[in-house]
Design a protein around this ligand. Structure first.
Ligand SMILES: [Zn+2]
Length: 401
């Protein structure tokens, strides 16, 4: 299968050539085979007219719990500890595989329709999320959420998930997810590290989300959550840590030294009043920053364009500095930085040879007119429903009707 997108404005996310007007983008099988301003000579199975549209790499949602669409609007306006222990965890005890499948289908449909082509999941019954992801065509990294009481069971489930993914489309990968320092003992954390090393997997965890987590960890171990994770060996394997609201300067040095990616989840952090991560400072230190929605029960949607806009404006407002985190840097967090966080080397740019995961946005709309600056409009004016086409692995997996 081959597709040619013609007369499109291409936002490549490449520093040397950020935006190409009137571009032609060719796709052969699952790769971008051509990007240029001359019409390519080859013939294509399908031609899409990109007039009035913007093409960019698909978004990477680097931290979510997809099937939590089941808990959308189930518990709101509560602090994280009460929300988790009084509402979310008791509900999750009643989950069945069928429910997770249904929740995953809806979550994946929502992500594809709002421009996300790759997701980093942490939840229960990941074999069901994998099944939904295979059926709907999205790319993703799936991780069973691990807490003390289910460690052995979850490691066995991860064995089975690895087997399932190995026999699948090739779009899915598996990771290992110790949930957080307050739900995992040292023994559990070390078991996760051993498993990750043995199977060459990446770790996906929550870290330094609330002040309570920080204070409790210091009380229990005389170390911050970041120091404790380092002590338990979590950062000895490639690690992506969600939230990172409560880092000390010393914590940031640890993250930098171990090349840990921090996933910024501004909507979830604001809604649960966890605080605001110091993203400009983390970025200044050279730490890779990606974006995530978190689950639909703390967001309450999976539209990553909301995180993009909020990241673009939140830190400016807090620090009274409108030059912080320019639009281009925020778009990188949602694309190429996210791809890097998940261990992909050929994803997140519009570039020949890269995986053909990309979106087309309809810019012929009142709220995107005039278009003096495409990158600015993508960050500050676009909304998820502006996505007209979503392609993953060279296939059209969503088309707006
Ligand atoms: Zn989370």
């Amino acid at each position: 299968m081959s597709i040619l997108i013609q007369n499109v404005t291409a936002v490549t996310m490449r520093e040397e050539l950020p935006v190409m007007e009137n571009a032609f983008l060719g796709i052969q099988e699952n790769r971008i085979s051509y990007l240029g301003t001359e019409k390519p000579q080859e013939s294509y199975d399908e031609v899409l007219d990109g007039s009035g549209m913007v093409a960019m790499p698909g978004l990477v949602n680097a931290h979510t719990h997809t099937a939590m669409t089941l808990l959308r609007s189930y518990a709101d306006d509560m602090n994280l500890q009460d929300w988790l222990f009084q509402k979310i965890f008791p509900f999750e005890d009643t989950l069945t595989p069928e429910m997770v499948y249904e929740g995953s289908v809806r979550g994946i449909q929502e992500m594809l329709a709002s421009g996300t082509t790759c997701f980093h999941d942490m939840y229960f019954f990941q074999e069901e999320t994998a099944r939904a992801a295979e059926e709907l065509g999205i790319r993703g990294v799936l991780c069973e959420g691990i807490t003390d009481s289910v460690l052995e069971k979850k490691l066995q489930k991860t064995d089975a998930l690895l087997e399932q993914v190995k026999n699948g489309s090739g779009r899915l990968k598996v990771g290992i997810s110790p949930h957080a320092v307050y739900t995992c003992s040292e023994e559990t954390l070390r078991a996760c590290v051993r498993y990750a090393k043995e199977h060459q997997l990446r770790i996906h965890t929550h870290l330094a989300e609330t002040k309570t987590e920080d204070l409790d960890c210091v009380k229990a171990h005389q170390m911050t959550p970041t120091q404790w994770m380092e002590y338990c060996g979590i950062f000895d394997v490639p690690c992506t840590a969600a939230h990172g609201v409560w880092f000390s300067d010393e914590d940031m040095e640890i993250l930098k030294n171990h090349s840990v990616t921090v996933v910024h989840n501004p909507v979830s952090n604001l809604k649960l009043a966890s605080g605001v991560a110091e993203i400009p400072k983390l970025k200044e230190k050279g730490i890779n920053i990606a974006l995530g929605t978190d689950g639909a029960s703390s967001n309450n949607n999976l539209d990553l364009f909301e995180e993009i806009k909020l990241t673009g404006i939140l830190h400016k407002g807090i620090q009274l500095d409108p030059t912080l985190l320019p639009a281009w840097e925020v778009l990188k967090m949602a694309t190429v930085n996210g791809a890097k966080a998940l261990g992909y080397e050929n994803l997140g740019l519009l570039k020949e040879g890269y995986l053909a995961d990309l979106i087309l946005l309809d810019f012929a709309k009142p709220h995107l007119t005039p278009n003096h600056n495409t990158v600015s409009n993508l960050v500050y004016a676009v909304r998820g429903f502006d996505v007209a086409y979503t392609l993953v692995d060279g296939k059209i997996v969503y088309q707006k009707s």
